[in-house]
Design a protein around this ligand. Structure first.
Ligand code: NAD
Length: 501
């Protein structure tokens, strides 16, 4: 049950200078074994850059999810529950080392099935995943409770794992987002079932191999490729799953929350995207602001929950900024994400491309002013696109497009831009560009947003909480805050008896 994939890499303007073959397991990973799904259910994967068939992998049915949950429950109760924190630390560190060793393989797999640029994956996503595993490995023996004085004597609290937990992962940066959930879940002593995205599951097939090599006991980590409404839904409603962490679209997040409310009240954390404002004041370092705002809406084709898709520029520099932004972002080298000269990969799928193109069409129907882009290119490619003078009520200013489409608008005052930036149901990530430290602090205090970056965009770090205000989500990934989401508190109270005389 392996699939052989051809990787053509590191060409120099079309000349392929390295060809390699990768092999990945195609089965479901349960109890440290790769097994077929019920009735041999499979899904075909296409390469989003070429449309050609890539691999066929098993897809979990309800019964397969139940098997993984049962295996996790056995593992938790038999051994994992009492595993020493330092053993969990060592296993996470080992897994981090192995992912680092195989960084090129992961980057190739993410390029092949998710359309992520190889250089972005190998340079950012894989190192971020490695760092996240090491960060939480360091926490494994530091998740402590408190001791408290009581009328009866004293008591103490323990932070205990939930037991069997689930992670549902999106396709846009799958290895990195998986690490945000796997690392704190395992550090705190849970068993985890990872439902990989059906559009880009190959990284998970490789990760599963490394789980065995790292030495995790059977049942502690399961990896299931599966459809959202089948495997994802089963995890959401399963009575023996007590915590579920989800990253993806708002409608599915709401559905998972409703399912948890209807079933066993499992704890749910949700990361549901955003409509991030990038605010450029006229006193900002112009070149720096240009670099980050350009990256904020073009990296990974804008398929990033923290994308800076609304760009507000102060009126005195507006025209110059718009001209330079266009010069910097309008031309990209679209092509095979494995090749070094490519600066723009494909959208993940035709569905996603059609969705983005429909927003471009709506903007044109609204007679918005197109700065550049907008053309319907062949295959799954969407050109970097920007509209200027976009009004507050325009659909492309309000809704998450998840594509390389920038909505640019001018503002005059600090007060006005704070109102504009907060005029959204989302609240995940914002960026402020100014050389005035007091203004930077005032504006970041006023922004309704789980993250504010000053004079940069993005910057997701393992040691800093990441998650949304308002409808961008519930709970936090990353930082020490995530540990709270993977543990429950038990209070132990001791009645200190008087000596018997
Ligand atoms: P999605 O929400 O449909 O899928 C995300 C994950 O949830 C996948 O693993 C999917 O299999 C699973 N899922 C789908 N339906 C489910 C269900 N009923 N129960 C449980 N799990 C389910 O997202 P998508 O279709 O991949 O993308 C659609 C839109 O979602 C995008 O255009 C974008 O706006 C948004 N999105 C946001 C993020 C983010 O990082 N916040 C990531 C990916 C997509």
């Amino acid at each position: 049950m392996r699939s052989r994939l051809l990787v053509s890499q590191r060409s120099n303007r079309g000349r392929v200078i390295q060809l390699t073959h990768l092999e990945v397991q195609t089965g479901l990973f349960i109890n440290n074994e790769f097994v077929e799904a019920k009735e041999n259910s499979t899904i075909n994967l296409d390469n989003p850059a070429t449309g050609s068939h890539l691999a066929t992998v098993s897809t979990a049915q309800v019964e397969d999810v139940d098997k993984a949950v049962a295996a996790a429950q056995v593992a938790f109760r038999a051994t994992w529950r009492t595993t020493l924190p330092r053993q969990r630390r060592n296993l996470l560190n080992k897994l981090a080392d192995l992912i680092e060793r195989d960084a090129a393989v992961f980057a190739s797999l993410e390029a092949l099935d998710a359309g992520i640029l190889y250089r972005d994956s190998v340079g950012m996503h894989v190192p971020a995943a490695v760092e996240t595993l090491r960060y939480y490995a360091g926490w494994a023996d530091k998740v402590d409770g408190e001791s408290v004085q009581l009328p009866s004597g004293f008591g103490y609290t323990r932070r205990e794992p939930f037991g069997v937990c689930a992670a549902i992962v999106p396709w846009n940066s799958p290895l990195m987002v998986t690490s945000w959930k796997l690392a704190p879940a395992i550090a705190t002593g849970n068993c985890l079932i990872i439902k990989t995205p059906e559009l880009s599951p190959l990284y998970g097939q490789k990760l599963a191999e490394l789980v065995v090599e790292a030495g995790f006991p059977p049942g502690v980590i399961s990896v299931l490729c599966g459809l959202g409404h089948v495997a994802g839904q089963r995890l959401a409603e399963h009575p023996d799953v007590w915590k579920l962490s989800f990253t993806g679209s708002p409608p599915v997040g709401r559905q998972i929350l409703a399912t948890a409310a209807r079933t066993n009240l499992k704890k749910v954390t949700l990361e549901l995207g955003g409509k991030g404002p990038s605010i450029v004041f006229s006193d900002a370092d112009f070149e720096n602001a240009l670099m980050w705002t350009s990256a904020g809406i073009t990296v990974n084709n804008g398929q990033i929950c923290a994308a800076g898709s609304r760009i507000y520029v102060q009126d005195t520099i507006y025209d110059k900024f718009v001209a330079e932004f266009s010069a910097r972002t309008r031309d990209a080298v679209a092509g095979d994400p494995l090749l070094s000269e490519t600066t723009k990969g494909p959208m993940i799928s035709k569905t996603q491309k059609d969705r983005v193109m429909s927003y471009i069409q709506k903007a044109q129907d609204e007679k918005l002013s197109l700065l550049h882009g907008g053309a319907n290119e062949p295959g799954n490619f969407v050109p970097n696109t920007a509209f200027v003078d976009v009004g507050e009520d325009s659909i492309i200013m309000r809704e998450e497009i998840f594509g390389p489409v920038a909505s640019i608008a001018r503002f005059k005052t600090e007060e006005e831009v704070i109102h504009l930036a907060n005029n959204t149901t989302y609240g995940l990530a914002s960026a402020v560009f100014t050389n005035d430290i007091s203004k930077a602090v005032r504006v970041s205090d006023a922004l309704e947003s789980g993250q504010v970056t000053i004079n940069m965009w993005g910057a997701v770090d393992a040691n800093t909480a990441f998650g949304g205000y308002k409808e961008s989500g519930v709970g936090r990934d990353l930082g020490k805050e995530a540990l709270d989401g993977w543990t429950q508190v038990k209070a132990v109270k001791i009645n200190v008896l008087a000596p018997k005389v």
